[in-house]
Structure formats: structure tokens, C-alpha cells
Write a new protein. Sequence first.
Length: 470
Amino acid sequence: MRVSFRQSWWIAAAALLALAIPSVSRAQETPDRHVVVVCIDGLAHFLLDDPKAPLPTLRKLAKEGAVAAEGMRVVNPSITWPNHTTLISGVRPERHGVLANGVLVRGGVGVPIVVDPRRDRQDLVRVPTLFDLARAQGLRTAEVNWPCTRGSDAYDDSFPDVPEQVTHMTPRLRDELIETGVLADATDKSFAANSSAGKDLIWTETARHILRTRKPHLMVVHLLNCDSTHHAEGAQSPPGYTANAYADMCLARILEAIDDAGIRERTTVVVVADHGFTLTPMAIRPNVVFRQQGLLTVGAGGKITEARVHVVPEGGIGLVYCTDPATAVEDRKRVEQLLAGQEGVAEIVFPESFANYGLPHPREYAQAPDLVVVAKDGFGVSGSAEGETLIAAGTEARVSTGSHGFVSTEPKMNAVCVLAGSAIRPGARLSGVENIDIAPTIAAILGLRELNADGQVLEKALSITPLGAR
């Protein structure tokens, strides 16, 4: 049957209308809201109440909005990449799979485990995140220096926290940052030459550029200078306080860019940290004991060349790996005999108890350790196999002055958590906050459904009816 021009026009118009209806419905369903998350790495909650810590911008937000009164409990291991992944997924490492600042690679019998940070998001994270849901809903997204994001297509703008950051960032963004002078050039070498504070400035200016030009609905920013300084000097040292002031200035500049973008009245600002901090003047060296017992071999430069058993340090805990499945049960018992009850050792955690710590079982996940050694407060876990004693001064064992990575129930590991701006109830003081609660709360603000989180919406912080998180 021949169709006339007029009939063709109406058919085309009807088809276009049919395509447009879901978009209109979705646009009406999701208001024009924005969420900006700033994670100040290592900003312990106790600093918010420390009068020596110069944090005027953050304290103003806390006064205007909602604050976790006792701080925000983080997940195990209380280190950077696992907790950043929890913040945007709402689940513990038991589910998302990030146990270190990279992929823990088992190389076979006798081969020491290595941490490989040069991996894409798909190699690291086992669950959907807020950004996957936002992208599917057509929202604009951005991340600046966020871990476990390399190679993901969930971001309009990406400056991932990986080695070779400049190489792996979004080409459009890289070109713009060079043109505006934020980056010197397109090489990782020139970027790496910056100091820790200098990198924070670059990430801050990147965030400001994205906010002004793209007005993302969901954006996360990760600043690192506080963590670096707290490791080197301690969180409550003069350099530590200087780092706090600098991070607060970076936060103020990001807020200024939100104003410049004209979206402040529609923006929720979430300021968090990934973990707290404590001092570690002493250290335990399990690998020294393992070497003495013939469970591992050390080569030139103190490098472990072969290991039946060895520990991978993560601050206040050590992940113990038994590389030979045939002797793993026997080796776990041997580790317990060698370390349990020793000075500086708080406990030895077996896989049967991993679920209590939010960690996966090694039978279910290859990256999971065979045991976890937990240090007492004041002791870091060293990976060094050199020396003759289990206990050593932190400097001798090459453990930093300040550390995190302790079991997350340790109050000093509690992170700062402040929510302010649009959709947030002024003056709200929250108790029992965990970082698994952040993603479902953001999902509720933005109307992102289908987030299967371990946490819950912080409804007491909200001045709106949640648009749906689960």
C-alpha cells in the first residue's frame, strides 16, 4: 500500500512522540538536583572537634547542615580504595571485592602476593555503583581522583586515582585542563613532579572547571594531601594542622565554583573521609618471624623472593597469605601459634569470622587472605622481613608515624561526615552513621533506584521525601 506524504509525516511525528514520552516522564520523575561529594583522605572525625584544626569552611557546613556526631564508621580494611568504593556503592568489601589499593594477585605456590594498582574498574569492583545507575538514568557524572574508576564508561569526565592518571583521564577533559593551564602538558611525568599539595590544587581546579562548564548531577572529588601529611607527621601535628587548613581552602574553592555554576540552591554537598588516623610509634614484623621459621625467603634488598606464608601490611592489620592450598590449613594453625598473644598483636582472625568484619572468605574470593593479623593501638604492621625481632620501632620497621588500616570498630578510625545544602535538614545531628549509608542517601536524593546497598538512607538528615534508593 502506498503511503502519502501527509501520512508519512504523521507516522514520523507519532514515532518521535513515542520516543519522547519516556524522556519527559523520566525528567518529571527526577528533579534537577545535584550532589557533590568531597572526600578529604584521612580527615579523622576527632579533628572536627579539635580547636587547633583550622577547618572554618567545614565547620560552617556542619553548623548549617547535618553531621555524624560520633563520626562515621568505615569498613575493613580501613584504607583508601576499599572505603572509596563503599562510599559510592553502599556495600562492604565482602561484596564489592576491593581489599587493597589495587588487585591482590596470587601468583601460585611459593609466589608472594603482589598489589597491582594498574587495573580497570571492571577488574576491581564486583557491584554496580551510584555512577552506573546515574549514567543509565541520563544524569551528568564526573569523578576527580577517585579510586577504582579507570576505564569505566559511567563518567562523562574522569581523572582516575591510578598510576598514569593523565594518560587514563577523559581526553576532552585533559585537553581542556592543558588549555586552561591547570595541567602543564599531557604527560604523567610533569603531573607526578607536583607535590602532594600541588596535586590537591590541580584536582580542586579540575573540579571547579567541571562544575562551571558541565554542572554534573553527581560528582566525586578525592583530596590526598591530609593523608600524606598525617602519615608522615601525625594528624595532630603542626604540619597536620597546616594540611587541614589547606584541605579546607580547597573545599571553599569547590563551593565557590558551585555558586559560579548557579546550582548552589539545588546542590547537596557531602564532605567525608575514607578513614581516621592514629599514631604508630611501634610496629610488629610478622614476616621476620616467618623468615626465621623457614616459611619465606629473602633476597637482595630485603625483597621476599619465595613465600609459603607471608603478610601484606595494610596499616593496623596484616593480610596473611598461605600460597600452597595443600598446606593452607596447617599453615594457618602455625601462624596462630607463632603470633597469637605476642606483644603488639591484638588478635588473629580466621576466615570463619571474616563475615563479622565485612570481608570475603578465601574459598569464595581469590583475593581474600587466609588470615588477618590485627595490631594493637600504637603498633603498625610492617611488611619487612629484615631484622631479628617481631617488635621494632616504627622507624626501623619502615612504618609511618601516623597510620590507619586498623579494625573499623576502633573509634580513631571514624571519619568525618557532613552533609549540607539542598535536601538536608539544618542542625541535624546523626548517630550510628556508617559509610555504607552514604550511597543510599545520595540515591534517595537523586532518585536513583535499584541500588542494592548494605546501608540505609540517612532519613534524619533529609528535609525532603526520599525519591527512592532501593
